[in-house]
Write a protein that binds this ligand. Structure first.
Ligand code: NDP
Ligand code: VHF
Length: 424
């Protein structure tokens, strides 16, 4: 497609999305739930077709030398297929937030003022090559009465097309507009440029991605954004930590999945406990051949570890999304908090400690979307927080912070009931 064709194509997509959003805003809960259940049935029924489309994507991605953690993210395993369908069923079981009226109060003038929960309208989502996001995002947008334009990572295009077909089938089966969920059918990034500059059709952009994406969006976007960006997540092991808990948490936060945004990228260890905890952790990381990039002190303690390198300041700012971990020794919780507030991407940070006051200080003073005590950063996730599913994890401060579920895709408008009152 030429740039002119892309402009025209995206304009059409936008118009269709806007029209569909009007129908979705007034769709009843039963129809929305029916659509979600039909999509779940179709996903299970067409699992072979989805696997085949995913194989096509994986072969191209392997040919292009995509990193193992990114291939892991792109892979639609049997478990991932089952989880997508279950995720939709979980969204069905969540209460419909739309139309809920709250905070009704009589004013001295006689009018009654309250708030009604309403959809945002059209949501453009730009996300990585992770096919399950297509279904999670579609499901949440349907239930919250929005329409959505989905621009997934190029490497997942075939799988996303196959999934979009099933989503449309479910919408049509429930009598809802198929255009409520559209995927951008071209991988040309010019389409992203159009998506972020059509405020007449798109109400909110949700970008899920890294620095390149956000730099472009900050320069070009004319649509408000809820930014879901990189995860430079920390675990701080305090000198009052329970060592067994520290080992489990620091291992899980790094090694459960390398390619996700809630994976730990920097480990901070209090000087007083480092000689006891770091060698034991190194044994665990050694089983996965994790490269440790330590400051001078950490390297002295870890001497002999086969995958050891020197950390530079750049490492404190790096999201590896790989089997690499930066390690720094700090004096205490104060230095840990200072380091985190200087280098974290305000996504998710955790402390391991048995000391109540330090835990509370960490919770209050670390300025991140999720702050945890004695738990793995990998828990920062909509399913794990009980939201049913997530659009992603917002590191923005306005509108929605942390895992964004149904409520994050809605807003509140004021509703006023009178009996003929006029203002004096
Ligand atoms: N907070 C959260 O919820 C999430 C955060 N992330 C973060 O995303 C990053 C990793 O994902 P990765 O796939 O590398 O992210 P990228 O930023 O490379 O890609 C994400 C999406 O943005 C598009 N994109 C990237 N750059 C541009 C650009 N300049 N112009 C137009 N479109 C662009 C990509 O398209 P294309 O396919 O063409 O490259 C893709 O669709 C990590 O930093 C991770 O932490 C990821 C998911 C969730
Ligand atoms: N919430 C997700 C991680 C968020 C996410 O989607 O991240 P990414 O793998 O970077 O696309 C999870 O816990 O797996």
């Amino acid at each position: 497609m030429s740039n002119m064709d892309i402009k025209h194509y995206m304009n059409e997509v936008g118009q269709r999305a806007r029209k569909a959003s009007r129908a979705m805003a007034k769709a009843d809960t039963g129809a929305k739930n029916r659509a979600l259940l039909l999509i779940a049935v179709a996903i299970r029924r067409d699992a072979d077709t989805l696997r085949a489309a995913n194989q096509r994507d994986l072969e191209t991605a392997r040919g292009n030398g995509l990193a193992p953690a990114m291939l892991d993210r792109l892979t639609l395993s049997d478990k991932a297929i089952a989880t997508m369908a279950e995720g939709l069923e979980q969204i069905v079981s969540l209460p419909d937030p739309i139309g809920e009226v709250s905070n009704m109060k009589y004013r001295p003038t006689g009018i009654q003022v309250g708030q009604m929960r309403v959809p945002l309208g059209v949501i453009g989502i730009i996300y990585e090559a992770r096919p399950n996001v297509t279904v999670d995002a579609a499901g949440l947008c349907i239930k919250s009465g929005n329409s959505t334009i989905l621009r997934g990572g190029s490497e997942a295009i075939h799988c996303n097309q196959a999934l979009a077909k099933l989503v449309k089938e479910g919408l049509a089966g429930a009598g809802l507009p198929e255009d409520a969920v559209q995927i951008v059918e071209t991988t040309d990034r010019a389409a992203v440029g159009e998506l972020i500059t059509m405020p007449q059709y798109v109400d909110v952009i949700v970008p899920r991605g890294g620095k390149g994406l956000i730099e472009r969006l900050m320069k070009e976007s004319k649509v408000p954004m809820i930014k879901h960006l990189d995860g430079i997540c920390h675990v701080y092991i305090d000198d009052k930590a329970d060592i067994e808990k520290a080992l489990k948490i620091a291992f899980n936060a790094k090694c459960h999945r390398y390619g996700t945004c809630n994976t730990m990228e920097t480990l901070l260890v209090a000087r007083g406990i480092a000689p006891q905890v770091l060698p034991k952790l190194a044994e665990l990381y050694g089983t996965k051949e994790v490269e440790l990039r330590g400051d001078d002190e950490a390297r002295r303690i870890l001497a002999g570890y086969p995958h050891l390198a020197a950390a530079t300041e750049e490492d404190w700012r790096t999201e590896y999304l790989a089997a690499i971990l930066a390690v720094k020794i700090v004096e205490d919780v104060t230095e840990a908090i200072d380091h985190i507030n200087a280098f974290s991407s305000q996504h998710t940070d955790a402390i391991v400690t048995e000391d109540y006051s330090r835990a509370m200080r960490f919770l209050r003073e670390v300025d991140s979307a999720s702050v945890m005590v004695n738990a793995s950063t990998r828990f920062a996730d909509g399913f794990e927080y009980g939201l049913g599913a997530e659009i992603g994890i917002s590191n923005d401060k306005l509108h929605a912070r942390g895992p964004v579920g149904l409520e994050g895709l809605t807003s509140l408008k004021y509703v006023v009931f009178g009996h003929g009152e006029v203002r004096e």
